[in-house]
Design a protein around this ligand. Structure first.
Ligand SMILES: Cc1ncc(COP(=O)(O)O)c(C=O)c1O
Length: 301
């Protein structure tokens, strides 16, 4: 199926404070973020007209801007409202939202203190990051040669645009080798995360997931940890060595886009999609569709 280019669609985008026709949401070539990766973004989902964990996503965006020394003037309420308006304006009930804060063209060069921090939010219908077949059989992941850098090498816990350079390279490499996604290790060689999702290992009925000292502390990851604990599973956040993976019973990925997706293969080793993964996935699907406070309701009216 041909992809419709993202700049050539119908609808409206919330852009610097107002809704603009989709095709007119443009930036200038000399935008700082285009040259130096000075942007922070979010990936958010709306289910049945309710934006899931909107406040957490907006807060993470503000935290990320702070880490990037980007003095954003929007408040958390304004970011939330922008997301709600982007969903409403496009008459969506189930949607993926992409808020982005970026340094504009007001100053060019490495120094960027005079740039304005812009904000835009697009929302569109994006049912599943991985195909239904992959979600059933499990995705395959290949260890990347790129590693997540140390906290003193980059603002590693921000969802900052520049950090995705190695994710794109990893993903392309995995794709060329016939895998769905890449598994990144961190600078110490520990298991880190996928290119757009966190990873969980199930071993002897317990869940293990990497610490988040140099990876994104996914909102889905946190949701799944709470969910699993409430279901009675023990969850341990710890450093995981790659050699341990062969002894895991089940693996799954978590992310706003990926939701809960089983992993059926890591490098050469295959794993069954197990009952704990299925249960967590089912409960997660129920939870995201459960009612949330009225202020987060995105459905019109
Ligand atoms: C690199 C990376 N890790 C993990 C995640 C999962 O984060 P979340 O569950 O907040 O979407 C994402 C997706 O945003 C990501 O891009």
């Amino acid at each position: 199926m041909a992809i419709i280019p993202y700049d050539d669609r119908d609808g409206q985008i919330w852009f610097d404070g107002k809704l603009v026709p989709w095709r007119e949401a443009k930036v200038h070539f000399l935008t700082h973020a285009l040259h130096y990766g000075s942007g922070v973004f979010e990936g958010v989902r709306c289910y049945n007209g309710n934006i899931f964990k909107l406040n957490e996503h907006s807060q993470r965006m503000l935290d990320g801007c702070k880490m990037m020394d980007m003095k954003i003037t929007y408040t958390i309420d304004q970011i939330n409202q922008a997301c709600i308006e982007a969903v409403r304006a496009n008459n969506l009930t189930d949607a993926y939202l992409r808020p982005l804060a970026w340094r504009g063209p007001e100053q060019m060069g490495v120094a960027a203190q005079q740039t304005k921090i812009h904000l835009a939010v697009a929302a569109w219908d994006w049912p599943s990051y991985f195909s239904p077949e992959m979600r059933e059989k499990g995705i395959s992941i290949q260890t990347s040669r790129w590693r997540r850098p140390a906290p003193d090498m980059a603002p590693v816990t921000a969802k900052a645009c520049g950090l995705y350079m190695i994710c794109t390279l990893s993903k392309h490499e995995a794709d060329r080798n016939g895998y769905t996604d890449a598994l990144m290790h961190d600078y110490r060689g520990n298991v880190a995360e996928l290119t757009g999702a966190n990873i969980f290992m199930v071993k002897n009925g317990e869940l293990h997931t990497p610490l988040t000292d140099c990876i994104l502390n996914g909102i889905t990851r946190l949701t799944v940890i709470d969910l699993a604990r409430s279901l009675g599973y023990k969850v341990t956040e710890r450093h995981i060595r790659p050699e341990e993976l062969k002894d895991g019973n089940e693996f799954f990925a978590t992310g706003t886009a990926a939701e809960v997706t089983p992993i059926g293969k890591i490098d050469d080793k295959t794993f069954a999609v197990g009952p704990i993964t299925r249960r967590i996935r089912e409960e997660y699907e129920k939870l995201v569709r459960a009612p949330v406070p009225a202020q987060q309701k995105a459905a019109a009216g």
